[in-house]
Design a protein around this ligand. Structure first.
Ligand SMILES: NC(=O)c1ccc[n+]([C@@H]2O[C@H](COP(=O)([O-])OP(=O)(O)OC[C@H]3O[C@@H](n4cnc5c(N)ncnc54)[C@H](OP(=O)(O)O)[C@@H]3O)[C@@H](O)[C@H]2O)c1
Length: 153
């Protein structure tokens, strides 16, 4: 059984909107926000309609760029994770696509009470999601609320 929490992350998937600012695809030198040693330390699959060759960074992160479906991306990430968990790290559009496709066992959503413009509607099209998950909420004095959804057995 794959682990659900903790340190057992063997691969990461993220969307193009998380990897860089709009238009990063036009900059051949762009290697993400995180400097020469990104914190992922695993194979990291970036979904984009404009893929490029992989980039190996210091500290164990290799960025792979894929133009494929969520399920095909997850298959590749699973192979790379070698029995450990695959983390879907956002952004919101990518996370919603993976949740809608039924590919996510555990969701940890952190809601911060700061409003930044209009944003992306994470829950669009996911009506009734709670029927398939155990839902827990933990709030903190700062107003930050942690919501977890764990797929029901
Ligand atoms: N603060 C943070 O850490 C953080 C993180 C992420 C996003 N954000 C913000 O959230 C906002 C919206 O982000 P978002 O939801 O657009 O980001 P996102 O979910 O990371 O990226 C969506 C993009 O990923 C690519 N993509 C997704 N699925 C794909 C597939 N199956 N095949 C090929 N490409 C695929 C497409 O980009 P292409 O155009 O490359 O094809 C798509 O437009 C932005 O304002 C961003 O700044 C913030």
């Amino acid at each position: 059984m794959p682990q659900r929490h903790g340190p057992g992350i063997g691969a990461e998937i993220m969307g193009s909107g998380k990897f860089g600012p709009p238009g990063w695809q036009d900059d051949p030198d762009w290697q993400g926000w995180w400097g020469p040693e990104p914190p992922f330390r695993t194979p990291t699959f970036v979904l984009t309609h404009r893929p490029r060759p992989p980039v190996t960074m210091a500290g164990g992160t290799t960025f792979h760029f894929l133009d494929t479906s969520p399920s095909a991306a997850l298959d590749l990430a699973r192979q790379a994770a070698d029995g450990q968990d695959v983390r879907i790290g956002g952004g919101p559009s990518l996370a919603r696509d993976f949740i809608a496709a039924g590919l996510v066992d555990h969701i940890h959503l952190v809601q911060v009470p700061i409003l930044l413009g209009r944003g992306v509607r994470l829950w669009d099209g996911l009506e009734g999601l709670e029927a398939d998950y155990e839902v827990e909420a933990v709030s903190t004095p700062s107003g930050v609320t942690h919501l977890t959804f764990t797929r029901s057995e």
